[in-house]
Design a binder for this molecule. Structure first.
Ligand code: HEM
Length: 464
């Protein structure tokens, strides 16, 4: 009996302490003018619920508090905005103090000249320098030949094999970008770069705790090694007379270069390009393969488009700009894949000063999660929103409507959009014209917070 009373007493004390802690945390953030919402536990906030419940966390909070609410997730007091009009306003108004709000570990590891870390005129300069590298003329004349050459080889010996398409698309995105950046193929530089890059990616998604054995420390070390390799590459280029038709040459050009960058800026720009296109391009490609497998009619239509292109060419002829422009259905498949899978849930901003937003007062330094996922399933924009229906995108106005946030929006809209589409389209071209495939192994896919196949996505490939 005494033991029972003790357990009961302990339980009661714990209950009271938890309630008091939760209450204290709510009172702490009960500043006048803040939007409605709950802040959860001290330090941890509502992170566990957010990660466990995924998109339902957002939906439940919206049902209780409306489309603009406060919470405490991933280590920061955060405003979640699910209102499309407001989201557009936030993305358009960086100049009013709504700057990128990516986690500290990401900023530390990607470097202080990284595009997400710079604002105002420095951002304009870095962005213009990047756009000059990935503009349509560059894609047409310099990048597409490299992408084509790479995809042909990368997809050359998959016949009669079981492959993990998750792994293959990751390798594809990274190796294809290395080839475009500096013509790096399976050389010793690639062998040194690849493992460092993977450690860097993991580090950017970790807590910024600089202790031995942490992913953050490994990420910082990987950055240091990557910077060393890239610096050496710059020196080699300067010492050589050879001409290279790649991004690095564009960044280093001395003559008529309007966007002169320092070596540190060039290095961070290269890391940015590798990092930004890596997960987005690889995951979209993997999910396209998944949806095509599950929707034979879509695959048939896509294959028809690519067989017609191949029919006009000899086997050794590469994909050219005009071919790319004629891939209307492929573009539609890529958009529908990005929409239905929601490869990007939203983007992060933070306030540089206290400001009024939507009639509420947002304190300085708070993070704003511009959560764009729900708009992808809006039945007014996308009738029968859960159906995989690429045909809906053949009406090009869907791509230019104001609620199209797949590539972000406003001043930070993705500069690599057309390059990413060119890479995925070329990958799909060689994949569907060469192969048929069947899923094996019933692999599970995770949809939140990132789309991934934790144990891989295995397919048996055969020549079609
Ligand atoms: C399917 C492929 C891609 C998707 C879905 C995608 C998506 C996005 C999104 C949503 C943003 C906005 C981030 C924000 O507002 O904070 C963004 C920005 C960016 N993307 Fe992409 N991206 C893709 C491919 C690429 C590629 C291939 C590159 C390589 C050049 C790239 C480079 C960038 C850069 C540098 C930014 C930051 C722009 C700035 O801050 O001004 N992206 N991307």
């Amino acid at each position: 009996m005494a033991v029972f009373m003790m357990v009961l007493g302990l339980f009661f004390v714990m209950l009271c302490s938890c309630t008091a802690l939760l209450r204290w945390n709510e009172v702490r953030y009960r500043k006048k003018g803040l939007p409605p919402g709950t802040m959860g536990w001290p330090v941890f906030g509502e992170t566990t619920e957010f990660l466990r419940q995924g998109p339902n966390f957002m939906k439940n909070h919206r049902a209780r508090h409306g489309s603009f609410f406060k919470s405490h997730i991933l280590g920061c007091p955060t405003i979640v905005s699910m209102d499309p009009e407001l989201n557009r306003y936030i993305l358009m108004n960086e100049a009013k103090g709504l700057v990128p709000g990516y986690p500290q570990s990401m900023l530390d590891i990607l470097g202080k000249c990284n595009i997400a870390a710079v604002h105002g005129s420095t951002h304009k300069h870095m962005r213009a320098a990047l756009l000059a590298l990935v503009c349509p003329t560059m894609i047409k004349d310099r990048l597409l030949p490299k992408i084509d050459d790479f995809m042909r080889t990368h997809l050359s010996s998959w016949d009669n094999k079981v492959i993990d398409i998750h792994q293959k698309t990751k390798e594809m995105a990274l190796l294809s970008s290395l080839k475009q950046i500096a013509g790096i193929e399976s050389s010793s530089i690639a062998q040194q770069l690849i493992p460092e890059f993977f450690k860097l990616v993991i580090g950017t998604l970790s807590l910024p705790i600089n202790l031995p054995g942490t992913n953050y420390r490994r990420g910082l070390r990987a950055r240091k090694n990557l910077v060393g390799i890239l610096r050496e590459l710059l020196e080699q280029r300067r010492a050589s007379e050879e001409s290279h038709q790649d991004m690095l040459e564009g960044l280093m050009r001395k003559d008529d270069n309007r966007y002169k960058l320092t070596d540190d800026e060039i290095i961070d720009q290269i890391i940015t390009i590798m990092y930004s296109g890596y997960e987005t391009v690889s995951t979209t490609s993997m999910m396209a393969v998944k949806y095509l497998h599950d929707h034979p009619r879509v695959l048939e239509e896509l294959r028809k488009e690519h067989m017609e292109i191949r029919g006009r060419k000899r086997a050794e002829d590469p994909i050219e700009w005009n071919d790319l422009k004629s891939m209307r259905f492929t573009r539609a498949v890529i958009f529908e894949t990005s929409r239905l899978a929601t490869i990007v849930n939203g983007v992060l901003r933070k306030t540089t000063e206290e400001m009024e937003l939507n009639g509420f007062v947002i304190p300085k330094g708070w993070r704003i999660y511009v959560y764009t996922r729900e708009i992808n399933y809006d039945p007014f924009l996308y009738p029968d929103p859960l159906a995989f229906n690429p045909w809906r995108w053949l009406d090009r106005s869907l791509e230019s409507q104001g609620n199209f946030f797949i590539f972000g929006g406003g001043t930070r809209m993705c500069p690599g959009k057309e390059l990413g589409i060119a890479e995925i389209s070329t990958f799909l071209h060689y994949f569907v014209t060469r192969y048929s495939w069947k899923e094996v192994g019933e692999d599970k896919l995770m949809r939140f917070p990132r789309v991934e196949a934790p144990n891989g996505l295995h397919i048996r490939v055969s020549s079609s």
